[in-house]
Design a protein around this ligand. Structure first.
Ligand SMILES: *[C@@H]1O[C@H](CO)[C@@H](O)[C@H](O)[C@H]1NC(C)=O
Ligand SMILES: *[C@@H]1O[C@H](CO)[C@@H](O)[C@H](O)[C@H]1NC(C)=O
Ligand SMILES: *[C@@H]1O[C@H](CO)[C@@H](O)[C@H](O)[C@H]1NC(C)=O
Length: 403
């Protein structure tokens, strides 16, 4: 009896492991040592890095460059504490990461991109690859060089064959999604006109709104990021010529003028934005929002109303994208952040859909010009297909960087 129970448990465990295995595969790290001589380095001066899974079959000339997320550091203190983590040093990065979702190599999990060359670029500069400060403070030894890292990595990939790409996508999640928005036209400009290039941002549409205390928390935070990293000169000039540079770090102020086709996937109740833009710790000294931020089911009616107002502001900010037919939009009413890197939200029987269309299908149809996609979900809790995030209470001290 006991033995058969154990047997059942073991077979369940094995099944579980097989499912995990079919949903992701490990890809080795590549360090871009040649970037160091160009001063294109992580916060601690180490070489930048990516994980590369070569294309195969019909996909050998297609390239998906996906940028990792991980928040930002806004001053020497926060950058210094990030310097000794994987988000500031390639010495701290794990050697292998699992590719799944949009990075899966299985046709049934990723029908339009499975056979592409797939790259996950590691994030180690702390400013969405916009920084470029020549001077290195001798006390902190911090390098603010994200913009150089971006170029050095793209150049390295070009030399590995990306220069012959037939199709190319710059994508990313969270701070990496913002990178793909801010650098979209720059990336496009590095390819010949004959290459079909598009950009795709998952959970990168961070909006400029007041927090629950009425303060402009995120705008102040971004102004510190931009000042610390010397980002202004690497943000689109059509924006910085009109607005303060920190405003040009917000997609709503610069995305309309992106000439390259771009697709935005975002939850209307983006969990990172709710936790860090709408109700950051500094705006909620009594922790009233604490349990609501961990699980949307815990939110009071008043808090839910505040989140509905946040969604309205999100949709207003989204008009900053413009309505060109080259722009795609998938805004679901989920409490989520980054829905393309995980199989369960990218493409599975139970993954989120808008009018029956999964994120994988919407993005694939749009990339290959099979059909445009521009849909915004009805308000929470109308979409039963959402995978709403539930956070571990222990993760709370990490809110500023978690994805
Ligand atoms: C750096 O930024 C953090 C987070 O916004 C803040 O708490 C801290 O006071 C800042 N430190 C300095 C020296 O400005
Ligand atoms: C885009 O918006 C403008 C004004 O906001 C409108 O005049 C135009 O018809 C819209 N175009 C499309 C394709 O919806
Ligand atoms: C959604 O797709 C499923 C399976 O393909 C189908 O059975 C269902 O009728 C569709 N629903 C709508 C609203 O189109």
């Amino acid at each position: 009896m006991v033995a058969s129970r154990l047997g059942q448990w073991l077979s369940l465990l094995v099944c579980g492991l097989i499912i995990l295995k079919t949903e992701g595969y490990d890809v080795e790290i590549t360090y871009v040592e040649s970037a160091v001589a160009k001063g294109a380095v992580c916060l601690d001066g180490s070489a930048p890095a990516y994980h590369f899974s070569p294309g195969f079959g019909a996909g050998v000339n297609n390239w998906l460059v996906h940028i990792e997320g991980g928040g930002w550091c806004n001053n020497a203190t926060t950058c210094l504490s990030r310097k000794s983590t994987r988000l500031g040093s390639s010495k701290q990065m794990v050697k292998k990461v699992a590719f799944s979702g949009m990075l899966s190599n299985k046709k049934q999990f990723n029908p339009d991109f499975y056979d592409w060359n797939k790259i996950k670029v590691r994030y180690c500069d702390g400013a969405s690859f916009t920084g470029d400060v020549e001077a290195v403070n001798p006390a902190t030894k911090l390098h603010y060089r994200g913009a150089r890292v971006f170029l050095a990595i793209v150049e390295d990939l070009m030399a590995k064959g990306m220069k012959n790409a037939k199709n190319a996508v710059l994508s990313g999640c969270s701070a990496g999604g913002l990178t793909s928005i801010l650098h979209c036209d720059k990336f496009r400009g590095l390819f010949p006109m004959s290459t079909k290039v598009k950009c795709f941002a998952d959970a990168g549409y961070f909006i400029n709104v007041k927090d629950v205390s009425g303060a402009n928390h995120i705008e102040k935070f971004y102004s510190e990021v931009v000042a610390t990293h010397g980002s202004a000169k690497n943000l689109p000039a059509y924006c910085t010529s009109k607005l303060k540079p920190e405003l040009c770090f917000f997609p709503q102020h610069m995305a309309r003028e992106i000439a390259t086709p771009i697709f935005i996937v975002n939850a209307a109740y983006d969990s990172w934005q709710i936790k860090n833009i709408l109700a950051p710790g500094v705006a909620d000294p009594h922790g009233t929002w604490h349990s609501c931020k961990l699980d949307i089911n815990n939110c009071s009616p008043t808090q839910l109303q505040t989140m509905q107002d946040f969604r309205k502001q999100f949709l207003i900010a989204l008009t900053g994208l413009g309505n060109s037919s080259t722009k795609g939009v998938f805004i679901d009413s989920c409490y989520a952040h980054c829905q393309t890197e995980m199989q369960e939200t990218w493409l599975r029987k139970d993954s989120p859909v808008l009018e029956n269309i999964s994120i994988a299908k919407a993005v694939g149809d749009w990339f290959y010009d099979r059909s445009p996609f521009h849909k915004v979900d009805c308000p929470y809790p109308c979409n039963p297909t959402c995978h709403n995030r539930i956070f571990d209470p222990k993760s709370v001290h990490q809110l500023e960087i978690d994805i």
